[in-house]
Design a protein around this ligand. Structure first.
Ligand code: FAD
Length: 307
């Protein structure tokens, strides 16, 4: 019940100010966010790399309202790509980008986002790595997938995200399951209307399995973005059924969530990529993590009460 309320709050400017100003918020945020500075993220990459994990880096930001912010976000990613080149990890350290941080929701936003993301994808290629386009609310899906198609003409390794809660996603999976594609399948983290998305968790899970089958049976590279033990087990079964080796798909989980499971999968020889958010604009990301799990909210409220 609380999930939708928290997801609505994730887009409220007033609640953002309240939550961001509360002194107890920071330690709870630190559980999910690697730090505010690039150096914090680099330290985290090195530590995860030493433990056999691959990473995707997210410079936090979304829903910007001013084109100057889009430029600043693009520059932050260019700076990140340069740093990743220095780390020399190649595709073991890639980047995840939200196009709303690059101006997608502004007037003329589709072209603006494409203009801003293109140099970032070029810089990623220079660093021998790549970019995955995160997926945001359903109103952005057509634009994001069209930008993906354009980018893939020059950079076929550019990745996409699809969300199993959307009715359209099985069709998108069929279209994206071809050779050379990289597709992260997630359940979906936004508040979506019943006209476009399953509302019942069981239906979202069933749709996830259907999409997983399409991607695992296809010729692309599936990136299984879920902490759900059932989805992990089903992926392993499907890999056996479709004859996929361990380096022909990967698991992805978020920084700070089910870390032992991430290490267990690595110890079994699986490829595991941790999604690492960093930066100061953590509010929307943080609220979605609270909405996903009542226990996270309870932890946050307990720290408020103990002040
Ligand atoms: P759930 O059924 O929600 O959770 C299964 C179990 O995982 C829970 O029982 C719990 O043990 C654990 N768990 C799940 N969430 C949490 C949490 N917040 N805190 C603590 N434990 C938790 N969504 C998008 O809409 N667009 C994206 O681009 C996107 N990118 C993602 C990238 C990665 C690498 C991952 C892992 C997720 C991403 N998501 C994205 C979020 C996703 O849509 C889900 O909201 C989120 O992963 C929770 O779903 P789940 O599959 O883990 O399953």
């Amino acid at each position: 019940m609380l999930g939708p309320v928290l997801l609505a709050a994730a887009r409220s400017e007033q609640i953002r100010k309240l939550v961001s100003a509360a002194p107890v918020t920071r330690p709870v945020v630190d559980r999910f966010v690697a730090g505010e500075q690039l150096d914090d993220a680099l330290e985290t990459i090195r530590s995860l790399d030493a433990r056999g994990m691959e990473v995707t880096l997210d410079y936090l930001g979304e829903d910007i309202t001013d084109p100057a912010e889009a430029t600043r976000n693009r520059d932050a990613y260019l700076y990140l790509a340069e740093a990743l080149k220095g780390e020399g990890l190649g595709v073991r350290a890639e980047m995840s980008v939200k196009l709303s941080a690059f101006g997608q929701a502004l007037p003329g936003g589709h072209d603006l986002a494409l203009a801003n993301i293109t140099p970032v994808v070029e810089a990623a290629a220079e660093a021998n790595t790549t970019v995955t386009l995160d997926m945001e609310d359903h109103t952005t899906v057509d634009s994001t997938l069209a930008i993906l198609d354009t980018l893939r003409e020059r950079f076929p390794q550019t990745g996409a995200v699809v969300q199993s809660y959307l009715f359209r996603t099985e069709d998108d999976c069929h279209r994206l399951a071809g050779a050379g594609s990289r597709v992260r399948l997630v359940k979906g983290a936004y508040k979506e209307p019943a006209t476009v998305a399953f509302q019942d968790k069981k239906e979202v899970d069933r749709a996830y399995v259907r999409c997983l089958k399409i991607l695992m049976a296809g010729d692309g590279y599936p990136m299984v973005g879920s902490h759900d033990p059932r989805m992990v087990a089903i992926t392993q079964d499907l890999a056996r059924r479709f004859g996929r080796k361990q380096d022909e798909y990967e698991f992805q989980m978020l920084f700070g969530i089910r870390e032992q499971e991430q290490e267990r999968l690595v110890s079994e020889g699986h490829r595991v990529r941790t999604y690492i958010p960093y930066g100061t604009d953590w509010y929307g990301y943080f609220m979605r993590r609270l909405a996903e799990r009542p226990a996270n909210l309870a932890f946050f409220l307990r720290s408020l009460a103990s002040r």
